[in-house]
Design a protein around this ligand. Structure first.
Ligand SMILES: *Cc1c(COP(=O)(O)O)cnc(C)c1O
Length: 388
């Protein structure tokens, strides 16, 4: 395959057209889906560009190129889930390496890191990364890897990626940013100094809630090669069909993000003005503690938010019974709007103590705002809130 988008084109063009009309066999405009697990050798000791599907696959490689370009990295490795993307990086660390992760990170990430720490494969410190001085004292303990989630899930705390990366670099620690909540349409951590970006492509990059997959993008070409090699060694590779669906979803990333953010802003304003709501966590609101940092660091505020109901758990129960348009489900980043209750869903495994430390209360609800008409989103939310 030969990509026809010229070097240096705008990211919107990469998303819409990377690999379009690059099919040498028939001139297919939409890039074909190659499902074959194996490839014929041209002759004795003569492999072609591809030999075996774990090592490489044209459909997966096309998506990896597009995502690497969007994140401005040297290359991307596509994994079978977002968790596998994190584990691809963590699994390559020498035994006993110190990993710093946010105390309010995604529940699945915390579960993975704690499991690796219990097996003594890594040492783990859960820290408040918004406190840079405190963070530096942890860094000084010879951290090998710093995991950043910004904005964080579900409280939408924003970390100063450039400041944190500079401090990490000074002690030779690598920085990986989970960019799942914003996508490269709204934030480019590598340009802020991070070493790797990772994604649950399950979310905004695919955008249609029909794939579980992940990606790691490396700033450095040698690191990308090493990660690609490690994905082949461990077999942590994304399926061709999932890659094809994700490339199809990626085509509309920029317009989806733009409209979903617009809807999210209107929803955040509605929530902020509602008497049943005590707090709204959305960096796009001027009153959010990280609003200025988010405005500087991000190209937009995204479509994720959380809010606290004054009535606690019983209000949550009434809300989820009456809400319309928003579906009660885990996950995020799709074209449809979802509502989740972190304490009993996404962050259940974290345990009550860790949730309390991170500030995830039982009255907290998380929204992923989709592409429905804003009038229907407002009406659906009002239906839930009127019962609280
Ligand atoms: C969903 C999610 C993950 C895990 O990704 P999967 O594709 O579900 O394995 C990691 N980080 C964040 C921020 C997520 O939202």
């Amino acid at each position: 395959m030969c990509d026809k988008t010229a070097p240096g084109v705008q990211p919107e063009t990469v998303a819409a057209a990377h690999g379009v009309a690059s099919d040498a066999a028939f001139g297919a405009v939409a890039p074909p889906l190659y499902l074959s697990s194996t490839y014929e050798f041209a002759g004795y000791d003569e492999p072609r560009a591809y030999d075996y599907g774990r090592v490489g696959n044209p459909t997966r490689d096309l998506l990896a190129e597009a995502i690497a370009k969007l994140e401005e990295g040297a290359g991307a490795v596509l994994t079978p889930s977002g968790m596998a993307a994190i584990d691809l990086i963590v699994g390559r660390l020498p035994a006993g390496s110190l990993v710093l992760a946010p105390f309010d990170c995604y529940g699945g990430t915390m579960r993975l890191l704690k499991a690796r720490a219990e097996l003594r494969q890594i040492r783990l410190e859960l820290v408040d990364q918004s406190n840079l001085e405190l963070f530096e004292t942890h860094l000084a303990a010879r951290a090998a890897l710093v995991l950043v989630e910004s904005p964080s899930n579900p409280l939408m705390r924003v970390v100063d990626i450039a400041a944190l990366s500079a401090r990490a670099r000074a002690v030779d620690a690598r920085v990986v940013v989970d960019n799942t909540f914003l996508s490269p349409a709204l934030q480019k951590p590598l340009s802020l100094g991070a070493d790797y970006v990772l994604h649950s492509t399950t979310k905004f990059l695919n955008g249609h809630s029909d794939v579980i997959a992940g990606a790691v993008i490396a700033a450095d070409a040698d690191e990308h090669r090493a990660l690609k090699h490690w994905a082949n060694v461990t077999g942590a590779i994304a399926a061709p069909f999932d890659s094809w669906l994700t490339l199809r979803g990626l085509r509309t990333l920029f317009v989806r993000m733009e409209r979903q953010e617009k809807n999210a802003m209107a929803i955040a304003e509605l929530l902020a003005a509602h008497p049943a709501v005590v707090r709204v966590h959305y960096p796009g609101l001027a009153g959010h503690p990280d609003h200025a940092l988010a405005a500087r660091q991000q190209k937009g505020f995204g479509a994720m938010m959380s809010f606290e109901l004054a009535g606690g758990v019983s209000a949550v129960q009434r809300f989820v019974r009456s809400v319309r348009t928003f579906t009660l489900a885990e996950s995020l980043g799709g074209v449809e709007s979802l509502v989740a209750h972190p304490a009993t869903m996404t962050h259940l495994d974290m345990g009550a103590e860790a949730r309390a430390r991170a500030g995830i209360g039982d009255g907290l609800l998380r929204l992923s705002v989709g592409l429905e008409h804003i009038d229907d989103l407002r009406a659906g939310l009002q239906a839930g809130l009127s019962d609280c």
